[in-house]
Design a protein around this ligand. Structure first.
Ligand code: MV4
Length: 502
């Protein structure tokens, strides 16, 4: 086993990996930018090295510099987290060429899954169902029209190098194809430097369901089952859960076997995720593979009982997975809310400032994977995700109630956050019924943001506010000394304030 690991990341995921290292008796090395000198990951790691100015391109993306730090400090392996260098083929190769271990897939597997058309070709060869369409880039609008006639409208034009929905255009009739192809090409060129575009049948109203896989270096590849990730806005996931209400035991088995086949065909090792669209008839289609640990990995950890980060480290060190597929039995229900410094009432505008007060939820079945604390400066250099709030309970209903309770306990002062938005989602009848698909959130966003908290909450909030005001009149000094006296009453007050603003 490794004695020392360097973590090439920041925020909550750096802390998550540091925690795994500490539990395994492995020393951790943090790297940080000039903006992160006081960040928790710097303090919690055993050692920390400044690697450059705040912009990622000058710090967290400086792969060669990070490899030099690892060598200088005697770290044997590098964990890339997610984002930053995690899916760069060249970085996985450079780490290996430096005689170190990349805690993630080999560069060849990243390359095999890197291009969408390459991944589609690999999937087709491995008998993995993909959305009907082409596996080659389109030569012309005429070719696109001919293919669309074959599958029927609507069709979807996609960038071969794509990701995050960039370079995607829905086409509903043959008259729209030429201009849609031009637009998709332009967007693909400017986003990826590659204007190759291909065509697929457009699946209407699907869910985004993904399968977590975990493979060792000895040929074992396991499915750790599905995550439901349909609640997303502009291709940013907001809420994830495991399992999915739409996945039957039969779909779970078939989708899991399919994901294992796709990953094995790519020569995959370590933790990875196969993304699928699941349509209303229970048919699923492989979209792409994410060749990294994902933000939402905790929901899988909670329902499978498997520590994904520890196993990433173990398989990277050459250990064998001791589980068989039959050992992977989902237990209960887990939900994750991404707590971001964005203002839902203001089009999710990123909010900046210093966290002046933070009360964290706790109690049964609650997990907080956070990267900030009181005093943290939230700027615009990095991703706005502050933390992930994850709950685990025996059933979906209980998990939704538990998340609602945990969100009520959460108080963040100093920056706007997505907390109240998540509360409204947990109170939403459609969400509670599990009636979600990839367009659900954007369709419901306005009504969710304008929804009032349930009457029993505003009533209690009004009573608490009145009591506090009364106490303040009778004993102002005592209240001042205790301020902010009670995080719980503060949470109720927030609800009351929210109501008053409407
Ligand atoms: C699709 C689709 C419908 N039909 N492909 C969006 C990003 C990329 N990863 C794939 N995406 C989609 N591909 C076909 N043939 C709908 C989407 C899609 C989507 C997929 C997953 C999660 C959220 C989404 C939001 C909008 C569209």
């Amino acid at each position: 086993m490794f004695k020392k690991i360097l973590i090439a990341n920041r925020g909550e995921i750096a802390l998550r990996v540091i925690r795994a290292c500490r539990e395994m008796g492995i020393a951790s090395v943090a790297v940080y930018s000039e903006a992160d000198g006081r960040a928790p990951h710097v303090r919690e790691a055993d050692e920390a090295v400044l690697i450059g100015p705040p912009p990622s391109a000058e710090s967290y993306l400086k792969g060669e510099r990070i490899i030099e730090v690892a060598q200088r400090l005697g770290a044997e392996a590098i964990h890339p987290g997610y984002g930053f260098l995690s899916e760069r083929e060249w970085f996985s190769r450079a780490v290996r060429d430096a005689g170190l271990t990349f805690i993630g897939p080999p560069p060849e597997a990243i390359a095999a899954m890197g291009s969408k058309t390459a991944a589609r070709q690999l999937a087709v060869a491995a008998n993995v169902p993909v959305v009907p369409g082409t596996t080659e880039a389109l030569a012309s609008a005429d070719e696109a029209r001919a293919i669309a006639e074959q599958f029927g409208y609507p069709v979807l034009l996609k960038a071969a190098a794509g990701g995050g929905g960039k370079g995607m255009r829905v086409v509903r009739s043959s008259g729209e194809i030429a201009s849609a192809l031009d637009a998709a090409r332009r967007e693909a060129k400017s986003s990826f430097g590659d204007d190759a575009v291909y065509v697929e049948k457009y699946i209407v109203g699907p869910r985004h369901v993904e399968i977590q896989v975990l493979g060792d270096q000895h040929g074992t590849m396991l499915s750790l089952n599905e995550r439901e990730c349909s609640v997303q806005r502009r291709h940013q996931k907001m809420i994830e859960e495991a399992p999915s209400v739409a996945v039957t035991p039969e779909i779970r088995r078939a989708m899991g076997e399919t994901a294992v086949r796709a990953a094995s065909a790519a020569g995959y090792v370590n933790a990875g995720t196969c993304e699928f669209l699941l349509d209303r008839d229970g048919e699923f289609y492989f979209l792409e593979m994410n060749t990294r640990l994902q933000v939402e990995h905790p929901v899988t950890e909670l329902v499978t009982g498997i520590d994904l980060v520890q196993w990433q480290i173990r398989v990277a060190a050459g250990e064998r997975l001791p589980f068989r597929q039959e050992d992977i039995v989902p237990r209960g229900w887990a939900i994750e809310c991404r707590i971001t410094s964005e203002d839902p009432a203001n089009g999710f505008l990123p909010s900046t400032g210093r966290i002046s007060y933070l009360h964290l939820p706790s109690g049964p079945g609650v997990r907080w994977d956070g990267g900030v604390e009181v005093g943290s400066e939230i700027g615009l250099f990095y991703d706005p995700m502050l933390a992930k709030l994850i709950v685990h309970a025996p059933t979906r209903e209980a998990a939704v109630e538990r998340m609602h309770r945990a969100l009520l306990e959460l108080t963040i002062e100093g920056v706007e956050s997505s907390r109240d938005f998540h509360l409204r989602v947990m109170e939403d009848e459609e969400f509670r019924a599990g009636a979600i698909e990839i367009q659900w959130l954007e369709r419901r966003l306005d009504s969710l943001i304008k929804t009032k908290p349930p009457a029993h909450i505003t009533r209690t909030a009004a009573v608490v506010a009145a009591l506090i005001a009364d106490r303040d009149r009778q004993a102002p000094k005592r209240i001042t000394a205790q301020s902010p006296a009670s995080p719980a009453s503060d949470a109720w007050l927030r609800a009351a304030r929210l109501d008053a603003l409407r």
